[in-house]
Design a protein around this ligand. Sequence first.
Ligand SMILES: C[S@@+](CC[C@H](N)C(=O)[O-])C[C@H]1O[C@@H](n2cnc3c(N)ncnc32)[C@H](O)[C@@H]1O
Ligand SMILES: O=c1cc(-c2ccc(O)cc2)oc2c(O)c(O)ccc12
Length: 339
Amino acid sequence: MVLDEEVRARAEAWSNAFGYIKSTAVVCAVELELPDILENHGGPMSLSQLSAAANCPAEPLYRLMRFLIFHGIFKKAQPPSVYYAQTPLSRFFASDKLGAFMLLQSTPATRNPTGLSAEALRNGTPLYLRSVNGADPWGNPAGFGMQVFTDAMTAHARDTTSLIVRNYPAAFEGVGSVVDVGGRHGMALGEFVQAFPWLQGISFDLPEVVAEAPPPRPRIELVGGSMFECVPKADAVILMWILHDWGDQDCIEILKKCKEAIPAGTGKVMIVDAIIDEDDDNDEFTGARLSLDMIMMAVTTKGKERTYKEWAYLLKEAGFTTFKVKNIDTVESVIEAFP
Ligand SMILES: C[S@@+](CC[C@H](N)C(=O)[O-])C[C@H]1O[C@@H](n2cnc3c(N)ncnc32)[C@H](O)[C@@H]1O
Ligand SMILES: O=c1cc(-c2ccc(O)cc2)oc2c(O)c(O)ccc12
């Protein structure tokens, strides 16, 4: 190994050893609500202003911000005096964006999963939380409250639906009714019915999840049940971040139930999930998709992110004749499957 290469490799090794610190520090900033505070202030803030607003002493806050500025999360507004400002990146960590999803990543159940360990890789592992207390992880998560999971999924749904509305509105042309399977408290549908005023929606989720939901927005009905038994009928079915939680046989069962719910000639199933292409270095989201695959390995029994070929296999086995893919400039794509 030449010297330069060795220096680079040593620096990279240290970065890997400390890799978790960066996301831990971002979580700390989210918990202190720094992105929200700066956003609501409407401009750069001094250390003492930020310290007062976040109810955090200036000295540790200064060190945290120094670290986060180094990593491009926040920026200094007027160097060399200490004024802090948002960046496009820190805006994504506000509570109405991906901040809540960041908090889910910091829970011990997500951070310290039994599924991503040497023992689990050698021997297989049951779904993490089932192995902990027999609970259903999505309806009754252990180790963190249901609200943390719901908030994280709401943050995710808000971000992804806004991209579908912006980048693929044609998906809803000619669609009068839609059922969002695993729609949790109806956040995604809320955004869709607002964007497409002709749309009626059913948000369908486990009964215990629906029971906790606040009253739905107009033109949305919340229905409890299981997608393995029967899916409410509609012109189109949405499956957003559902199939990656499950193994192939379960996915085929779910897809068959969704196919039964739509009209044979005109209906469609819209899958909003990642498509893995590990050789595509030009796609900014390849790393995030592969990280999501690690999370699926960690917290589910057989869930995984899938390649195009793997999606094609599932859809064929479930009886769909054709499908098409739309890139929406995020981790997931929209895969539309037709009976
Ligand atoms: C990862 S979350 C996805 C939530 C939302 N679609 C999103 O994209 O943010 C998976 C959802 O599937 C729901 N779910 C799990 N098993 C289900 C079942 N058998 N029938 C209906 N929904 C189910 C969970 O309660 C949870 O809300
Ligand atoms: O990012 C996640 C995390 C989970 C998760 C974490 C810890 C648990 O004990 C259970 C679940 O689940 C997720 C999930 O089901 C999903 O579809 C996307 C992301 C995550």
